[in-house]
Write a protein of this length. Structure first.
Length: 298
């Protein structure tokens, strides 16, 4: 007896949801990154979560500066820097100033799977970022019972004053650099600078001009890929681009020698028919020379 065939749809699984996302799980054995739900489901900017997931997937030693992240993402410097600040405030990103064996001080970036100070699943909470402690007291132990009690001596360090930036007088600023900065508003009306801001940015523009860059190249670089909304003064964005962006390669220099033009043969009149033709030396034209040859042959 033949088995009966049915065209009815198969009944859905009892545990499958009727709405929302349904995950199709695949067990990965390579090229994957583990993220905590607290980070992946973090409320707020999607750029912050995306930057965090990208940094977590990178191997140790990969550059995570704003310039390196802007090369990977399509967002601009403002959104990327805001995402890094949010991750640092939340405790996922940590920057430490460490002294190398050579004596140089370098800023190291650490990325945490869980925020700093949050207890992990396998142990106590991660120690917070070490802060700079004042000079510890030196305690002198007594040599014998007749010696006075130990004296606590504190080494007082003088406060370090920040080196103030010397303002540049407006009259001493490079006029060519100030003209380049003043012309930026013709490309983007938002790039309006005061006289003090233009004088402060002029030395960096002067350095680029001295490197062989044209004013149009500097203008194109400073006005490219600007954000839709400025969260700070335009001078801050221009100062960051002039300071953090490496100098682009200048345009190849054109030869100062004028191109050599071919010599023009002068016009002369034929000695036989007085017709004008071009020749280097005076004489007869081609038609007159042909008639002379025919007469000589006949």
């Amino acid at each position: 007896m033949a088995e009966s065939q049915s065209n009815a749809r198969l009944r859905a699984d009892a545990g499958a949801p009727t709405s929302g996302v349904i995950h199709v799980r695949t067990r990965l054995t390579a090229d994957f990154t583990v993220l905590s739900n607290a980070l992946a489901q973090r409320r707020g900017s999607a750029v912050t979560v995306g930057v965090a997931a990208y940094i977590a997937s990178l191997p140790d030693g990969s550059p995570v500066s704003i310039a390196a992240l802007c090369e990977h993402f399509s967002e601009g410097e403002i959104l990327i820097s805001r995402a890094l600040r949010e991750l640092e405030t939340a405790g996922y990103l940590e920057r430490r100033r460490e002294r190398l064996s050579t004596g140089q001080i370098r800023t190291r970036t650490y990325f945490h799977d869980i925020p700093c100070g949050t207890p992990g699943p396998d142990g106590p909470p991660e120690p917070p970022r070490p802060r700079r402690q004042p000079a510890t007291a030196a305690v002198v132990p007594p040599a014998s019972a007749d010696v006075q009690p130990p004296v606590q001596v504190e080494a007082v360090q003088p406060p370090v004053q920040a080196k103030a930036e010397t303002p540049i007088p407006h009259a001493d600023a490079d006029s060519r650099a100030v003209a380049v900065l003043a012309a930026l508003r013709r490309v983007d009306a938002r790039l309006v600078l005061s006289a003090h801001e233009a004088a402060r940015l002029a030395p960096a523009v002067t350095q680029w001009l001295a490197a062989g860059l044209l004013p149009t190249q500097i203008t194109d670089h400073l006005t490219a890929r600007l954000p839709d909304h400025f969260l700070t003064r335009p001078a801050g964005i221009l100062a960051y681009r002039l300071k953090e962006t490496p100098l682009p390669l200048p345009a190849p220099a054109r030869s100062a020698e004028p191109p050599v033009r071919p010599a023009v043969v002068p016009m002369r009149n034929c000695d036989g028919c007085d017709r004008g033709f071009r020749t280097a030396e005076p004489g007869r034209c081609r038609d007159c020379r042909s008639r002379d040859q025919l007469r000589a042959a006949g």
